[in-house]
Design a protein around this ligand. Structure first.
Ligand SMILES: NC(=O)c1ccc[n+]([C@@H]2O[C@H](COP(=O)([O-])OP(=O)(O)OC[C@H]3O[C@@H](n4cnc5c(N)ncnc54)[C@H](O)[C@@H]3O)[C@@H](O)[C@H]2O)c1
Length: 344
Protein backbone atom coordinates (compact mmCIF):
# COMPACT_ATOMS: atom_id res chain seq x y z
CA UNK A 1 0.00 0.00 0.00
CA UNK A 2 1.32 3.48 -0.80
CA UNK A 3 1.63 5.86 2.14
CA UNK A 4 0.24 9.42 1.89
CA UNK A 5 2.45 12.20 3.27
CA UNK A 6 0.40 14.47 5.53
CA UNK A 7 1.23 17.73 7.34
CA UNK A 8 -0.40 18.83 10.60
CA UNK A 9 -1.33 22.52 10.70
CA UNK A 10 -2.27 23.51 14.26
CA UNK A 11 -0.82 21.27 16.95
CA UNK A 12 -3.11 21.95 19.90
CA UNK A 13 -5.44 19.56 21.73
CA UNK A 14 -7.01 17.89 18.69
CA UNK A 15 -3.75 18.11 16.71
CA UNK A 16 -2.16 15.76 19.24
CA UNK A 17 -5.08 13.31 18.81
CA UNK A 18 -4.37 13.29 15.05
CA UNK A 19 -0.66 12.61 15.64
CA UNK A 20 -1.51 9.68 17.92
CA UNK A 21 -4.17 8.42 15.45
CA UNK A 22 -1.85 8.65 12.43
CA UNK A 23 0.88 6.71 14.26
CA UNK A 24 -1.48 3.70 14.34
CA UNK A 25 -3.19 4.18 10.96
CA UNK A 26 -2.21 2.34 7.78
CA UNK A 27 -1.45 4.24 4.56
CA UNK A 28 -0.77 7.63 6.13
CA UNK A 29 2.19 9.34 7.76
CA UNK A 30 2.36 12.77 9.43
CA UNK A 31 5.66 14.16 8.17
CA UNK A 32 5.71 17.63 9.78
CA UNK A 33 3.96 20.14 12.03
CA UNK A 34 3.23 23.84 11.43
CA UNK A 35 2.19 25.97 14.40
CA UNK A 36 3.40 29.48 15.29
CA UNK A 37 3.33 28.59 18.99
CA UNK A 38 6.89 27.50 19.80
CA UNK A 39 5.53 25.19 22.52
CA UNK A 40 4.43 22.89 19.67
CA UNK A 41 8.09 22.35 18.78
CA UNK A 42 8.31 19.89 21.69
CA UNK A 43 5.46 17.90 20.17
CA UNK A 44 7.32 17.68 16.86
CA UNK A 45 10.40 16.45 18.73
CA UNK A 46 8.26 13.87 20.58
CA UNK A 47 7.13 12.46 17.22
CA UNK A 48 10.58 12.96 15.59
CA UNK A 49 9.26 15.14 12.75
CA UNK A 50 10.23 18.64 11.58
CA UNK A 51 8.52 21.73 13.01
CA UNK A 52 7.63 24.88 11.04
CA UNK A 53 6.30 28.18 12.37
CA UNK A 54 4.34 28.74 9.17
CA UNK A 55 2.18 26.31 7.19
CA UNK A 56 3.50 27.60 3.83
CA UNK A 57 7.02 26.41 4.69
CA UNK A 58 5.60 23.00 5.69
CA UNK A 59 3.78 22.70 2.34
CA UNK A 60 6.76 23.91 0.29
CA UNK A 61 9.43 21.78 1.95
CA UNK A 62 7.71 18.50 2.81
CA UNK A 63 6.09 17.51 -0.54
CA UNK A 64 2.70 16.92 1.05
CA UNK A 65 -0.10 14.80 -0.41
CA UNK A 66 -2.49 16.08 2.28
CA UNK A 67 -2.75 18.31 5.34
CA UNK A 68 -4.86 18.46 8.50
CA UNK A 69 -6.18 21.91 9.40
CA UNK A 70 -6.62 21.83 13.19
CA UNK A 71 -6.27 25.55 13.87
CA UNK A 72 -8.80 27.90 15.51
CA UNK A 73 -11.99 28.01 13.42
CA UNK A 74 -11.39 31.40 11.77
CA UNK A 75 -8.32 29.97 9.96
CA UNK A 76 -10.08 26.91 8.55
CA UNK A 77 -11.22 28.69 5.38
CA UNK A 78 -8.09 30.68 4.39
CA UNK A 79 -5.63 27.86 5.09
CA UNK A 80 -7.80 25.19 3.42
CA UNK A 81 -8.22 27.40 0.31
CA UNK A 82 -4.42 27.77 0.07
CA UNK A 83 -3.95 24.02 0.37
CA UNK A 84 -6.54 23.30 -2.31
CA UNK A 85 -4.82 25.89 -4.55
CA UNK A 86 -1.58 23.91 -4.11
CA UNK A 87 -3.35 20.62 -4.94
CA UNK A 88 -2.95 19.30 -1.37
CA UNK A 89 -5.84 17.18 0.01
CA UNK A 90 -7.46 18.61 3.17
CA UNK A 91 -8.83 17.22 6.42
CA UNK A 92 -10.39 20.29 8.04
CA UNK A 93 -11.56 20.12 11.63
CA UNK A 94 -15.16 20.84 12.52
CA UNK A 95 -16.83 23.26 12.14
CA UNK A 96 -15.75 23.37 8.50
CA UNK A 97 -15.84 27.21 8.60
CA UNK A 98 -17.24 30.11 10.62
CA UNK A 99 -20.29 30.65 8.40
CA UNK A 100 -22.40 28.56 6.02
CA UNK A 101 -21.45 30.91 3.15
CA UNK A 102 -17.74 30.27 3.78
CA UNK A 103 -18.36 26.55 4.19
CA UNK A 104 -20.09 26.34 0.79
CA UNK A 105 -17.30 28.38 -0.81
CA UNK A 106 -14.75 25.90 0.51
CA UNK A 107 -16.81 22.89 -0.58
CA UNK A 108 -17.27 24.31 -4.10
CA UNK A 109 -13.60 25.27 -4.47
CA UNK A 110 -12.48 21.74 -3.55
CA UNK A 111 -15.04 20.13 -5.87
CA UNK A 112 -14.13 22.41 -8.82
CA UNK A 113 -10.40 21.76 -8.30
CA UNK A 114 -11.00 18.01 -7.84
CA UNK A 115 -8.93 18.14 -4.64
CA UNK A 116 -10.12 15.80 -1.81
CA UNK A 117 -11.74 17.56 1.17
CA UNK A 118 -12.75 15.66 4.33
CA UNK A 119 -14.41 17.34 7.33
CA UNK A 120 -13.31 16.08 10.75
CA UNK A 121 -16.64 14.85 12.13
CA UNK A 122 -14.71 12.00 13.76
CA UNK A 123 -17.75 10.33 15.39
CA UNK A 124 -18.75 9.08 11.92
CA UNK A 125 -15.68 6.84 12.14
CA UNK A 126 -16.72 5.30 15.47
CA UNK A 127 -17.74 1.66 15.07
CA UNK A 128 -20.59 2.02 17.62
CA UNK A 129 -22.10 4.84 15.58
CA UNK A 130 -21.55 3.03 12.29
CA UNK A 131 -23.25 -0.08 13.69
CA UNK A 132 -26.20 2.03 14.91
CA UNK A 133 -26.45 3.58 11.44
CA UNK A 134 -26.60 0.12 9.85
CA UNK A 135 -29.32 -0.99 12.31
CA UNK A 136 -31.44 2.03 11.37
CA UNK A 137 -30.71 1.91 7.62
CA UNK A 138 -31.23 -1.88 7.38
CA UNK A 139 -34.64 -1.56 9.07
CA UNK A 140 -33.63 -3.64 12.12
CA UNK A 141 -35.65 -1.24 14.33
CA UNK A 142 -38.57 -1.18 11.89
CA UNK A 143 -39.75 2.29 10.90
CA UNK A 144 -37.86 4.99 12.84
CA UNK A 145 -40.19 6.68 15.37
CA UNK A 146 -38.18 8.86 17.73
CA UNK A 147 -34.73 9.65 19.09
CA UNK A 148 -33.73 11.12 22.48
CA UNK A 149 -30.24 12.49 22.98
CA UNK A 150 -28.78 13.60 26.30
CA UNK A 151 -25.53 15.55 26.24
CA UNK A 152 -25.35 16.90 29.76
CA UNK A 153 -21.95 17.38 31.40
CA UNK A 154 -19.98 19.82 33.52
CA UNK A 155 -17.12 21.88 32.10
CA UNK A 156 -14.83 22.99 34.93
CA UNK A 157 -14.93 26.71 35.83
CA UNK A 158 -11.29 27.15 34.68
CA UNK A 159 -12.38 26.28 31.12
CA UNK A 160 -14.10 29.67 31.00
CA UNK A 161 -11.04 31.69 32.07
CA UNK A 162 -10.39 32.34 28.37
CA UNK A 163 -12.67 35.24 27.46
CA UNK A 164 -13.70 33.95 24.00
CA UNK A 165 -15.25 30.86 25.59
CA UNK A 166 -17.80 33.12 27.33
CA UNK A 167 -18.87 34.73 24.04
CA UNK A 168 -21.05 33.76 21.09
CA UNK A 169 -17.89 32.66 19.19
CA UNK A 170 -17.88 29.61 21.48
CA UNK A 171 -20.66 28.13 23.63
CA UNK A 172 -21.96 24.57 23.75
CA UNK A 173 -24.12 24.96 20.61
CA UNK A 174 -21.16 25.58 18.28
CA UNK A 175 -18.63 23.48 20.18
CA UNK A 176 -20.69 20.46 21.34
CA UNK A 177 -24.19 20.41 19.81
CA UNK A 178 -22.65 20.31 16.32
CA UNK A 179 -21.45 16.74 17.08
CA UNK A 180 -24.99 15.67 18.07
CA UNK A 181 -26.53 17.26 14.97
CA UNK A 182 -24.00 15.49 12.74
CA UNK A 183 -24.53 12.17 14.52
CA UNK A 184 -28.32 12.47 14.17
CA UNK A 185 -28.01 13.19 10.43
CA UNK A 186 -25.51 10.37 9.92
CA UNK A 187 -27.36 7.69 11.89
CA UNK A 188 -31.04 8.61 11.58
CA UNK A 189 -31.45 10.74 8.45
CA UNK A 190 -31.77 14.32 7.21
CA UNK A 191 -33.30 16.99 9.43
CA UNK A 192 -36.34 18.81 8.03
CA UNK A 193 -36.99 21.40 10.76
CA UNK A 194 -36.16 22.34 14.33
CA UNK A 195 -37.23 24.50 17.25
CA UNK A 196 -34.85 25.39 20.09
CA UNK A 197 -34.71 27.10 23.46
CA UNK A 198 -31.49 28.17 25.15
CA UNK A 199 -30.66 29.36 28.65
CA UNK A 200 -27.72 31.16 30.24
CA UNK A 201 -29.38 31.22 33.66
CA UNK A 202 -26.68 29.27 35.53
CA UNK A 203 -23.39 30.70 34.28
CA UNK A 204 -24.82 34.10 33.30
CA UNK A 205 -22.45 34.52 30.32
CA UNK A 206 -23.48 36.17 27.03
CA UNK A 207 -23.46 32.74 25.45
CA UNK A 208 -25.87 29.90 26.36
CA UNK A 209 -24.93 27.18 28.86
CA UNK A 210 -27.92 24.93 28.14
CA UNK A 211 -30.05 24.16 25.08
CA UNK A 212 -33.06 22.00 24.29
CA UNK A 213 -33.88 21.26 20.64
CA UNK A 214 -36.85 19.51 19.04
CA UNK A 215 -36.25 18.26 15.51
CA UNK A 216 -38.35 16.66 12.78
CA UNK A 217 -36.55 14.32 10.40
CA UNK A 218 -37.42 14.02 6.71
CA UNK A 219 -38.44 10.39 7.33
CA UNK A 220 -41.15 11.58 9.76
CA UNK A 221 -39.39 10.64 13.02
CA UNK A 222 -38.98 13.26 15.75
CA UNK A 223 -35.94 13.83 17.95
CA UNK A 224 -34.96 15.81 21.00
CA UNK A 225 -31.48 16.86 22.06
CA UNK A 226 -30.91 18.26 25.56
CA UNK A 227 -27.43 19.63 26.06
CA UNK A 228 -25.76 21.50 28.91
CA UNK A 229 -22.18 22.26 29.90
CA UNK A 230 -23.18 23.19 33.44
CA UNK A 231 -24.97 20.03 34.62
CA UNK A 232 -23.33 17.63 37.09
CA UNK A 233 -24.37 14.63 35.02
CA UNK A 234 -22.85 11.49 33.42
CA UNK A 235 -25.26 11.37 30.44
CA UNK A 236 -23.27 12.41 27.40
CA UNK A 237 -21.46 10.62 24.57
CA UNK A 238 -18.11 12.08 25.63
CA UNK A 239 -18.30 10.78 29.20
CA UNK A 240 -20.11 7.51 28.38
CA UNK A 241 -18.40 6.22 25.22
CA UNK A 242 -14.75 6.27 26.28
CA UNK A 243 -13.90 7.76 22.89
CA UNK A 244 -11.70 10.45 24.46
CA UNK A 245 -9.57 9.08 27.32
CA UNK A 246 -9.16 12.57 28.87
CA UNK A 247 -12.73 12.41 30.21
CA UNK A 248 -13.75 10.28 33.19
CA UNK A 249 -15.89 7.43 31.87
CA UNK A 250 -19.32 6.44 33.20
CA UNK A 251 -21.09 3.30 31.99
CA UNK A 252 -24.42 4.93 31.09
CA UNK A 253 -26.41 5.59 27.91
CA UNK A 254 -26.62 8.91 26.06
CA UNK A 255 -28.63 8.14 22.90
CA UNK A 256 -31.98 6.31 22.68
CA UNK A 257 -33.24 5.37 19.20
CA UNK A 258 -36.69 3.80 18.80
CA UNK A 259 -38.53 2.24 15.88
CA UNK A 260 -41.75 0.31 15.37
CA UNK A 261 -39.93 -3.05 15.80
CA UNK A 262 -37.27 -2.27 18.37
CA UNK A 263 -35.00 0.21 20.10
CA UNK A 264 -31.29 0.61 20.66
CA UNK A 265 -29.35 2.62 23.22
CA UNK A 266 -25.85 4.06 22.71
CA UNK A 267 -23.05 3.73 23.48
CA UNK A 268 -23.87 0.22 24.79
CA UNK A 269 -25.59 -0.94 21.56
CA UNK A 270 -28.11 -2.78 23.73
CA UNK A 271 -31.14 -3.50 21.54
CA UNK A 272 -34.70 -4.20 22.70
CA UNK A 273 -37.50 -5.93 20.80
CA UNK A 274 -40.59 -8.08 21.38
CA UNK A 275 -39.64 -11.74 21.02
CA UNK A 276 -43.25 -12.87 21.41
CA UNK A 277 -46.48 -10.89 21.66
CA UNK A 278 -46.18 -7.14 21.14
CA UNK A 279 -47.38 -4.33 23.35
CA UNK A 280 -46.67 -2.85 26.77
CA UNK A 281 -48.37 -5.74 28.62
CA UNK A 282 -45.57 -8.03 27.37
CA UNK A 283 -41.86 -8.07 28.17
CA UNK A 284 -39.24 -6.83 25.73
CA UNK A 285 -36.16 -9.00 25.20
CA UNK A 286 -32.75 -7.38 25.09
CA UNK A 287 -29.74 -8.29 23.03
CA UNK A 288 -26.15 -7.03 22.93
CA UNK A 289 -25.29 -5.98 19.37
CA UNK A 290 -21.65 -6.80 18.61
CA UNK A 291 -19.29 -4.43 16.85
CA UNK A 292 -15.58 -4.44 16.07
CA UNK A 293 -14.27 -1.76 18.43
CA UNK A 294 -11.84 0.64 16.78
CA UNK A 295 -10.40 4.05 17.64
CA UNK A 296 -12.28 6.61 15.50
CA UNK A 297 -9.25 8.94 15.26
CA UNK A 298 -7.15 6.08 13.85
CA UNK A 299 -9.92 5.10 11.42
CA UNK A 300 -10.40 8.75 10.37
CA UNK A 301 -6.67 9.02 9.55
CA UNK A 302 -6.71 5.73 7.59
CA UNK A 303 -9.73 7.02 5.68
CA UNK A 304 -8.04 10.38 5.01
CA UNK A 305 -5.08 8.58 3.41
CA UNK A 306 -7.49 6.61 1.19
CA UNK A 307 -9.41 9.81 0.34
CA UNK A 308 -6.16 11.56 -0.66
CA UNK A 309 -5.29 8.64 -2.97
CA UNK A 310 -8.89 8.77 -4.31
CA UNK A 311 -9.48 5.15 -3.24
CA UNK A 312 -12.46 6.20 -1.07
CA UNK A 313 -14.96 9.07 -1.18
CA UNK A 314 -14.95 11.38 1.87
CA UNK A 315 -17.33 10.12 4.57
CA UNK A 316 -18.07 13.79 5.30
CA UNK A 317 -17.35 16.05 2.34
CA UNK A 318 -17.48 19.85 2.30
CA UNK A 319 -21.18 20.05 1.41
CA UNK A 320 -22.06 17.58 4.16
CA UNK A 321 -20.00 19.57 6.68
CA UNK A 322 -21.71 22.78 5.52
CA UNK A 323 -25.15 21.18 6.07
CA UNK A 324 -24.29 20.19 9.65
CA UNK A 325 -23.03 23.74 10.27
CA UNK A 326 -26.20 25.28 8.75
CA UNK A 327 -28.47 23.23 11.02
CA UNK A 328 -26.34 23.89 14.11
CA UNK A 329 -26.24 27.65 13.43
CA UNK A 330 -30.02 27.71 13.08
CA UNK A 331 -30.43 26.49 16.67
CA UNK A 332 -29.51 29.89 18.09
CA UNK A 333 -31.64 31.59 15.42
CA UNK A 334 -34.67 29.59 16.50
CA UNK A 335 -33.98 30.26 20.19
CA UNK A 336 -33.74 34.02 19.54
CA UNK A 337 -36.80 34.29 17.30
CA UNK A 338 -38.97 31.65 18.96
CA UNK A 339 -39.71 30.30 15.46
CA UNK A 340 -39.43 26.88 13.88
CA UNK A 341 -36.61 26.81 11.29
CA UNK A 342 -37.32 24.70 8.20
CA UNK A 343 -34.59 23.40 5.86
CA UNK A 344 -34.82 22.91 2.12
N1 LIG B 1 -13.28 16.64 16.27
C1 LIG B 1 -13.21 16.95 17.55
O1 LIG B 1 -13.61 16.18 18.41
C2 LIG B 1 -12.60 18.24 17.99
C3 LIG B 1 -12.22 18.39 19.33
C4 LIG B 1 -11.60 19.58 19.70
C5 LIG B 1 -11.40 20.58 18.77
N2 LIG B 1 -11.81 20.42 17.49
C6 LIG B 1 -11.61 21.48 16.49
O2 LIG B 1 -10.21 21.54 16.22
C7 LIG B 1 -9.79 22.90 16.05
C8 LIG B 1 -8.68 23.19 17.06
O3 LIG B 1 -9.20 23.03 18.37
P1 LIG B 1 -8.22 22.71 19.61
O4 LIG B 1 -9.10 22.39 20.74
O5 LIG B 1 -7.17 21.76 19.20
O6 LIG B 1 -7.59 24.16 19.82
P2 LIG B 1 -6.19 24.52 20.46
O7 LIG B 1 -6.28 25.96 20.83
O8 LIG B 1 -5.81 23.51 21.50
O9 LIG B 1 -5.15 24.33 19.23
C9 LIG B 1 -5.12 25.18 18.10
C10 LIG B 1 -3.68 25.29 17.65
O10 LIG B 1 -3.62 26.03 16.43
C11 LIG B 1 -2.45 26.82 16.47
N3 LIG B 1 -2.48 27.90 15.49
C12 LIG B 1 -2.97 29.16 15.62
N4 LIG B 1 -2.76 29.84 14.48
C13 LIG B 1 -2.13 29.00 13.61
C14 LIG B 1 -1.66 29.14 12.28
N5 LIG B 1 -1.76 30.28 11.59
N6 LIG B 1 -1.05 28.08 11.71
C15 LIG B 1 -0.90 26.91 12.38
N7 LIG B 1 -1.34 26.73 13.65
C16 LIG B 1 -1.96 27.76 14.25
C17 LIG B 1 -2.38 27.29 17.91
O11 LIG B 1 -1.07 27.75 18.25
C18 LIG B 1 -2.78 26.03 18.65
O12 LIG B 1 -1.65 25.23 18.97
C19 LIG B 1 -11.03 23.75 16.24
O13 LIG B 1 -11.57 24.02 14.97
C20 LIG B 1 -11.99 22.85 17.01
O14 LIG B 1 -13.35 23.13 16.74
C21 LIG B 1 -12.38 19.25 17.09
Amino acid sequence: MSVSRVGLIGAGAIGRAHLVGAAQAEGVEIVGIADPNVASRALAEEFSIPWFADHRALVDEMKLDGAIVATPNALHLPISLELIGAGVGVLVEKPIADTVKEALRLARTAADANVPLLVGHHRRHNSIIRTARSLVRDGKLGRLVCVSVLATFLKPDAYFNEAWRRTAAAGPVLINLIHEIDLLRFVCGEIASLHAMTSNAVRGFDVEDTVATVLQLENGAVATITLSDTAASPWSWDTASGENPSFARHPVESHFISGTEGSVALPSLRMWHYAGERGWFHPLADEQVRHAAANPYVEQMRHFGAVIRKEELPLCDGFDGARTLEITASVRRSAESGEVVRFK
